[in-house]
Design a protein around this ligand. Sequence first.
Ligand code: FNR
Length: 397
Amino acid sequence: MELFGFDVRWTLPERLLSIEDYRRAARRRLPAMVWNYIDGGADDLVTLRDNRSAFDRWSLVPGVLKGIEDHDTAATVAGIPLALPVLLAPTGASGMAHWRTDLLAAAVAERMGTRYVVSTASSWSLEEIAEAAREAHLFQLYPRAGTVTSSLMRRAWSAGYRTMMVTVDVPVKGSREGERRTGMRGNGLPPILTPRTALNFARHPRWTYDVVRHQRFGGYNFVEQTGIAAAVESLHIQERELMQSTLNWDDVAWMRDQWKGALYLKGILNPEDAEQAVRLGFDGVVVSNHGGRQLDFAPASLDALPDVAAAVGGKAEVLLDGGVRRGSDVVKALALGASAVMIGRPYLYGVAVSGAAGVRHVLEILREEIVRTLTLMGVASVGDLDRSSVTPRHHEF
Ligand code: FNR
């Protein structure tokens, strides 16, 4: 309706324009403990914050009048052609954001021309996710020398997963005080129910109805049945079996030997570790500090990226995750040596706000922002980005 020259409506048509908009909307929709579980970080949140601010320290180098019509966002990870250089990172217990997160994330990822990385601590079993999907997704392994690991690797292979990421930055769980203060246990699930947390659930009836009814908290790779008892049992198995500080390079060399598909190490920040991964025949490394959830004061992923990429020297693929919230962040990571990035929290915000549509919109926002950034920079394709596409930002912080 038009009135005095205005386009009059009840609400603005588009309120969710950025990943940050989804973040704020997700915060309103989730009980405090779940919000803190998803959005929180280790100790004083220094690394969590640095993951974001590291992107602010780089400027993009624009070029004008290039006469480019189409801008190409295609990339390849582990031989898989992707329409978008953005994978969905593994997030355990993602069923807390939306009870069907694993299935929706895999379905949306493949529709958008990318892939989902299924966590060892997923809320649906790796077989259930593979059966529901049309494409082969990636599997993330929490390593342990022993039977749980070899059985997970066998199961992942027979369910059709061909690319595996071994996460090596969790020898012990980081301390995320925010989530512990609001009802998550320091050593895993299930959440603690107190009158206060119950009241908080009651204030979020839609979340409570869906998530509590379906009990898809996490850990379904270890138990057959669902429900609270299964969740408890599986998480006790995880606690016992999944984090092992005695793990060493021999253990991952054994995994390299056993796994016939592409193999990545996730959680690499030190160039020497990257060199060792290359020597052992890994296909790639993921520069990551686990989204600032493990070692506080670990360097920001983007800060660690150039040296790791130099150490790898093109002999393996380099991916990055941590703090990617804008298309320009993706462009900067690719310019500094990554061949693709992964996002963790952003798709959890999306799924918490509006299920599959939310995940899809988050990826669409990033795609549009990448294309717009390339266009404004005068760069035809993400493959053309290199160190000359960025420059340190001269700015007082
Ligand atoms: C994670 N991450 C993670 N990583 C992993 O290898 N296995 C896992 O099970 C989990 N679980 C998990 C849960 C939640 C709630 C979050 C937020 C993260 C880390 C994840 O894969 C990725 O490294 C970070 O999330 C990337 O940072 P951003 O994009 O969240 O800033």
